[in-house]
Write a protein that binds this ligand. Sequence first.
Ligand code: PLP
Length: 396
Amino acid sequence: MLELLQPTAGDPLIALMGAFRADTRADKIDVGVGVYRDEHGKTPVMAAVKQAEKHLFDEQDTKAYVGLAGDLKFNAAIVEQVFGDKAAQIQDRVRAVQTTGGCGALRSLLDLVAQSKPDATVWVSDPTWLNHIPLVRSARLKLETYPYFDREKQGVRFEEMIACLSKLGPNDVVLLHGACHNPTGADLSEEQWQQIAQLAAKQGFLPFIDLAYQGLGRGLDADAYGVRCVAEQVPELLVAISCSKNLGLYRERVGCAIIVHQQPATAQRAIENLLVLVRGNYSMPPDHGANVAVRVLSDPTLRKMWLDELEVMRNRINDLRRAVSTSFRERLGNDRFDYIQHQYGMFSLLGLKAEQVQILREQYGIYMPGDSRTNVAGLQHSQIARFVEAVATVSK
Ligand SMILES: Cc1ncc(COP(=O)(O)O)c(C=O)c1O
């Protein structure tokens, strides 16, 4: 049977990681992979996480299964973090399930959509995070794109986006990036979120918000503005949460699938359906990462430590953004790359052609995917001058 399988194209980002590892140049620079790095180029375990792991090691006395929905305390802590002071208000209407990372949340919720409406269409931003596409396809749902990013103006094509979404209805799901849009770094303003929420309520499409970078853009609450605003105005909403970046738990696979519905009974039925899908898939989520996360989120000392560390990460990203923009301005004598300092999260698109990206890799040892998505958080301050010089030279 297996010889019937066709060769696969492979995942370009995973291939890029392999090529970077194999490169022996000492001054190589990786701005391709989507992980946060500190000034030493490391992705360290956060100190609050290390502490929580020590507590877990000392206190855990069983490895028995946790349950289909994972750690219920974790789910409650995530709902609290995502909805903030509105959490109590919508408590009856919200259900949450611990998942295997943000991808696990995205995939489980897409499976739920497919279960409910197999002919639904999922609309993703143009462009979007590359893995959204296989996630939607794996759930056997139709995929379309809505206009999002203006590559000339380096901003959101909001009027065109709204014009497109205005034609959608109850058969459509609109996947939105809650904050720190990947790959563009261009986020929606508060007014724009309001308009989208109103449109969703009017047209009846289902908003589905992917919040993978809460706390890494403007702050924990500010980055959740979109979710909170939409949740207040629409009858139903899906949210996929990732703890990979803001708790640095990447490989532990910690995330959360959240369902909001105006009818508590429907929210409950939806989550029960989701749990059946989970049972038929990986059965139960792993415990370690979520157990650590809930300790960090709910112990006042660990929480304070984590919030401080998160602030350092956020400030570093925003400092790097300013430093890269300034360096380009000085090198080029124009404002072509000024947008980098006005965007949020780890990524920005440099607007390079695939051939230019290839020259960067081959001649300068600078690694980024073919669309020139740059992980600003992958740079060290000491590398900025060389990075800017190389990009300026290849894009002349
Ligand atoms: C936009 C977006 N959504 C979701 C994720 C989920 O990541 P994970 O499954 O590693 O938690 C990522 C990670 O890169 C992302 O960039």
